[in-house]
Design a protein around this ligand. Structure first.
Ligand code: ZN
Ligand code: ZN
Length: 297
């Protein structure tokens, strides 16, 4: 197994080995994710409980069990693994994957697949689909996803994972089972459905994605911060459709997420350098909100 040792003494739970079979594990309360993210190289994060994978990087073994793939955009560090993943699924006799993506990406990626069909002399099974904003994408169990707008150099969108929950309507709380039974018999609707906003994932974007309520209000927000210091300016980050840390800092207060998980940092910044920037520049009360997704440098 190919592995890179990566540890962080402060958080304590980072002590692990990157495995191409598992990615880097990331856990917050009962939410378990796994993946890899380094700007321009590879970004792909999965949420096994909902059987969903955000982006596919260049194709890695840990991705093969996922049946729904939410592609943010078709840049190579996020999407070039599609032929690999689709062929791996076929070789392992797994069901064909459903890949949701911006509508502009469908035709070019189908053309790439048809070239791989020609090379492999085999017709792979897959479904590429676009969704309208606000449209629900059904996932495993009680989970579903919806897209939100992002702002990159090519057509792009982020995604939010929701969980549907049924609960007794508040006006009936405190009633005995006998009373509730009588009310039900009388035709009252006792329960209501809630949508719990669990995880948003941006892919690559400028800071303007924060205008989306849906993204700001997730329990966990996986957002890109590609550039962290003066090696690249804010203008430069914006020109390339990315976020600079200087833009995030004054907006941290406005983000309602319990944790902001920072992904897609450029490999030009070491993990230690990023941690030092957070330590030096983020106000003390906001520090616990920020988490750097595990990375190998
Ligand atoms: Zn990228
Ligand atoms: Zn990109």
């Amino acid at each position: 197994m190919v592995g890179t040792r990566c540890s962080d003494r402060r958080s304590g739970n980072w002590e692990h080995t990157l495995s191409l079979a598992t990615g880097y594990p990331f856990t917050y309360r009962d939410l378990r994710l796994t993946g890899y993210s380094l700007a321009g190289i590879s970004t792909s994060i999965g949420f096994p409980e909902a059987d969903v994978l955000f982006d596919v990087a260049q194709g890695l073994p840990y991705q093969t069990p996922f049946n729904t793939i939410l592609l943010t955009h078709a840049h190579m560090d996020h999407a070039s693994g599609l032929p690999y993943l689709i062929s791996q699924k076929s070789m392992q006799s797994r069901p064909k994957p459903l890949v949701i993506m911006p509508k502009e990406a469908i035709d070019p990626l189908k053309r790439i697949m048809s070239i791989w069909h020609e090379i492999d002399q085999f017709e792979y099974a897959f479904e590429f689909k676009a969704v309208a904003q606000g449209e629900n994408i059904p996932l495993k169990g009680d989970f579903f996803a919806r897209s939100f707008p992002t702002f990159h150099r090519v057509p792009s969108q982020g995604y939010t994972i929701f969980k549907t929950k049924r609960r007794l309507r508040p006006e009936f709380s405190g009633r005995t089972p006998h009373e509730l039974g009588a009310l039900r018999k009388a035709g009252e609707i006792l329960e209501e459905t809630l949508e719990e906003n669990l995880i948003s994932y941006t892919g690559d974007t400028r800071i303007e994605f924060l205008e989306s309520d849906q993204a700001r209000k997730s329990k966990l927000l996986f957002m890109e911060v590609t550039y962290w210091d003066s090696k690249k300016s804010v203008e430069n980050a914006r020109e390339w459709g990315h976020i600079h840390f200087d833009e995030l800092l004054p907006r941290l207060d406005k983000i309602e997420a319990e944790k902001i998980v920072l992904i897609h940092a450029s490999a030009r910044h070491t993990t230690k350098a990023i941690r030092d920037i957070i330590e030096d520049r983020v106000p003390e009360h906001l520090k616990p909100k920020l988490v750097l997704f595990p990375r190998p440098v």
